[in-house]
Design a protein around this ligand. Structure first.
Ligand SMILES: C[S@@+](CC[C@H](N)C(=O)[O-])C[C@H]1O[C@@H](n2cnc3c(N)ncnc32)[C@H](O)[C@@H]1O
Length: 239
């Protein structure tokens, strides 16, 4: 196909990394596709979602009707597993593009018998857009999204005005968006985006939340070791 006719790749918040993993981990992962791991019809890329994938039915996915939380970029589940375990009354759908991290998460979910988590190994933007029903989410968690600190990479940052529109559309009225970062510049960007957004109201005067039940993850620990301060933010979707 001539170069100029190839479909344009959008800028994504992640780069594709080699997904080598131990055989035993791969087997655990593959055994859970269609179980804990959503079997999502892929689009052009492995991390994309086919146009005709269809919106999920959370009740069918979890086998019950419960408040639904989405975590974006859960990594191996350092926050997700303890937070979901501590709140058995909610269901959590996680999006994570890095398959070895998804495999590590799945292995932990199986080992610990966690029943209220499902994971989709696709881009969270496509997942939210195509799989998650509008107005269905009680909460969205975005903890330590890749910071892309260099100015020329800022366009890759996940949290921008367009992404805030998407999160607002998927949250139920009154639903909460919790975010955390160890990069001061990204915290400022998050706050600017959310303060300017008509659908969001800061939970505290300036949006600064507390870590609450959020455990310290290895990414957070690295940030702290490198001298960065942690910012937690919490906003609600207005009525
Ligand atoms: C810095 S890590 C933080 C992981 C985890 N939230 C924590 O606090 O330990 C960011 C994660 O987001 C994932 N990620 C980045 N962009 C994503 C996207 N668009 N959809 C799903 N996952 C994404 C990366 O693969 C990575 O695992």
């Amino acid at each position: 196909m001539p170069t100029d006719l190839r479909p344009r790749r959008e800028v994504t918040s992640f780069v594709r990394r080699s997904a080598r993993m131990r055989d035993s981990l791969r087997r655990t992962y593959e055994a859970q596709v269609g179980g804990l791991v959503l079997d999502v019809p892929a689009g052009e890329l492995r991390t994309s979602v086919a146009d005709d994938a269809g919106v999920l039915d959370p009740a069918a996915l979890f086998g019950r009707v419960a408040p639904l939380v989405v975590e974006i970029g859960c990594g191996p589940g350092d926050s997700l597993v303890p937070m979901a375990t501590a709140r058995p009354e909610v269901d959590v759908l996680a999006f994570e593009v890095y398959e070895p991290a998804v495999a590590a998460l799945v292995s932990r979910l199986v080992r610990e018998g966690v029943r209220n988590v499902r994971v989709a190994a696709v881009d969270a933007v496509a997942g939210l857009e195509r799989l998650v029903p509008a107005g269905s989410l009680a909460e969205v968690w975005t903890f330590f999204p890749d910071p892309w600190p260099k100015a020329r990479h800022h366009k890759r940052r996940l949290v921008d005005a367009a992404f805030a529109d998407l999160v607002a559309a998927r949250l139920a009225p009154g639903g909460r968006w919790r975010l955390a970062t160890d990069w001061a510049g990204y915290a400022e960007q998050m706050r600017a985006v959310l303060d300017a957004h008509p659908a969001f109201v800061a939970e505290d005067e300036d949006g600064v939340g507390t870590r609450g039940d959020r455990p310290v993850t290895r990414f957070e620990r690295r940030g702290l070791a490198e001298g960065r301060a942690i910012t937690d933010l919490s906003y609600r979707r207005a009525g």
